[in-house]
Write a protein that binds this ligand. Structure first.
Ligand SMILES: Cc1cc2nc3c(=O)[nH]c(=O)nc-3n(C[C@H](O)[C@H](O)[C@H](O)COP(=O)(O)OP(=O)(O)OC[C@H]3O[C@@H](n4cnc5c(N)ncnc54)[C@H](O)[C@@H]3O)c2cc1C
Length: 493
């Protein structure tokens, strides 16, 4: 392979890397995509095995209308393949909410259809008083109507601080605690209000939590297919060991399958692994290295998948929380002490609801997840799995008899699949870097680096919002930056 064959090399085929690579190649930039795994998709991966077909992780899209993927598909000319899994007029109940107030013994549940505009069933779930309903509506209206420029001013305030300045009924505050965990894998007392409010607003105005026909893996498949169709090359099982730098500029990469040269390298391997391991500290100034080392990883999401001989869940999603189960920093520290927690939040996705081929006929596959530490060596994960299994048995008494097989995933598995652990406690992040005060909006790490031609794409750099959407937004932006960089280089020649 000639050393001048590529203009850009993209490391990683998650939503950040793949969206960037697909757009670059579509715009005529000769691009090589290198992926360490045998399968593409990063955390947005779908599995097809032994008659079962499902997304590996419990994914829901926010925003459902107007996501970054819609933009990418439009430019690739494949908008017709961008299909939400559910029709807008689907009449079935889609989501079950199960909630327990502190003083109650048991959970109470409601089911909701999609696009529910009426919040009253949600308030009924809390057994809210008239006064609580009115107060909750005031806060929810403020969230939904907040202009984007006002949201951007809240980078420096936690969601807890924002809520504390308002008259918020306790159950709504506790719901926000759940939401910070489930949508951002963050605690309410650290998450940037700008990030959480942006996501809440998107859910309320553009829809949220949905899936696609063919799962999230469809997004991966279509973008990879178009990338190759437009002349891009994909190298799997090609872990990048080194990003080469000479005279302050990138020159290419060393991989398990050989060396490749290009004047631009885009890394979606995570800012900390990229800077500290793949490039090496010696190529950056001390201040930047200290800044990168000081960045805080987001929490992980640990999951148990149930392969069932018969259906046990009849909605697409099932969310379980109580006033006592969502994690703030203090509760997280208690969880870190180990042992089996009394109760955790659960976010469940019933793959079979979205796709009749997710399981063999008559069977069902579903996944249940909760937040935990991103440390691949975290000792408390097995206790959390026991708690999750116990809660599932309480919620679905039939599940034990119906379970043919279970699969457990946690920060170790997430790290092995995607992001190297290069600092203590880091590697198993669910989204990427923590979306907390000091690391978001204007303080989010930039996609540009001090090394000419080196860019960071994906959840860690340059964008805002929920996981996959944020990563793809960053990919779109880095494709633009890459073109500018190449154009400047060509002009200078
Ligand atoms: C359990 C779980 C649940 C989630 N739920 C949701 C959800 O409901 N909604 C949502 O929007 N998001 C969700 N997310 C988050 C979302 O999946 C991530 O934020 C998103 O995938 C990040 O994209 P990325 O491109 O930055 O990184 P990744 O998806 O991690 O992709 C990075 C890629 O780089 C590759 N790579 C890394 N190092 C190297 C190397 N040295 N050489 C070659 N390749 C390398 C990896 O193998 C991987 O393919 C969830 C994640 C998890 C784990």
């Amino acid at each position: 392979m000639s050393s001048q064959e590529y203009e850009a090399i993209v490391i990683g085929s998650g939503p950040g890397g793949l969206s960037c690579a697909a757009l670059l190649q579509k715009r005529g930039v000769r691009t090589l995509l290198v992926e360490k795994n045998s399968m593409l998709g990063g955390k947005m991966i779908s599995i097809e095995k032994d008659g079962w077909a499902y997304d590996l992780f419990p994914h829901g899209q926010v925003p459902m209308r107007g996501s970054a993927f819609e933009t990418v598909f439009a430019e690739l000319g494949v908008s017709d393949e961008f299909e939400p899994a559910l029709e807008p007029d689907d009449e079935r109940d889609i989501i079950t909410l199960a909630y327990r107030r502190h003083e109650w013994d048991k959970y109470k549940t409601v089911t909701q259809k999609q696009a529910m505009a009426d919040p009253q069933p949600f308030f009924d779930l809390w057994e809210a008083t008239e006064d609580e309903r009115e107060k909750a509506l005031v806060v929810m209206t403020e969230l939904a109507m907040m202009p984007d420029e006002d949201i951007a001013k809240l980078d420096n305030m936690t969601m807890h601080e924002w809520l504390s300045e308002r008259d918020v009924p306790a159950p709504l505050y506790n719901y926000m605690g759940l939401h910070a965990n489930a949508s951002l894998a963050e605690p309410l007392d650290l998450v940037a209000a700008s990030e959480q409010i942006l996501i809440l607003k998107q859910i309320m105005l553009q829809g949220g939590g949905g899936q696609y026909k063919g799962g999230f893996g469809m997004l991966t498949k279509v973008m990879a297919r178009e990338f190759e169709k437009n002349g891009g090359e994909i190298l799997t099982e090609a872990k990048v060991e080194r990003i080469n730098v000479a005279d302050g500029a990138v020159t290419g990469v060393e991989t398990a399958r050989g060396s490749f040269d290009a004047p631009v390298v885009v890394s979606s391997a995570g800012i900390q692994p990229t800077v500290l391991k793949l490039v090496g500290e010696e190529h950056f100034d001390r201040g930047y290295v200290d800044y990168v080392k000081g960045l805080v990883p987001g929490w992980a999401f640990t999951s148990v998948r149930y392969f069932l001989s018969r259906p046990v869940m009849d909605t697409a999603m099932y969310v379980v929380w109580s006033d006592d189960s969502w994690l703030d920093t203090a509760r997280f520290r208690k969880q870190k002490e180990g042992g089996e927690p009394d109760e955790v939040i659960l976010f469940m996705v019933n793959h079979s609801f979205y796709d009749e081929h997710a399981a063999p006929p008559g069977k069902q596959v579903l996944v249940s997840g909760t937040v935990c530490s991103s440390n691949p060596e975290a000792k408390e994960i097995e206790g959390i799995w026991s708690c999750m299994d116990r809660q599932m048995r309480e919620l679905f008494p039939d599940i034990w008899d119906a379970t043919e097989r279970k699969e457990y995933n946690g920060p170790r598995e997430i790290s092995n699949l995607t992001r190297d652990a290069v600092l203590p406690g880091q590697g198993g992040e669910c989204v990427g870097l923590a979306q907390i005060v000091g690391q978001c909006g204007s303080m989010k790490p930039k996609s540009e680096t001090s090394i000419r031609g080196l860019y960071l794409a994906g959840a860690d750099a340059g964008a805002a919002g929920m996981g996959t959407h944020q990563a793809a937004l960053s990919g779109i932006e880095v494709a633009r930056l890459t073109q500018h960089c190449l154009n400047k280089m060509y002009k200078a020649q």
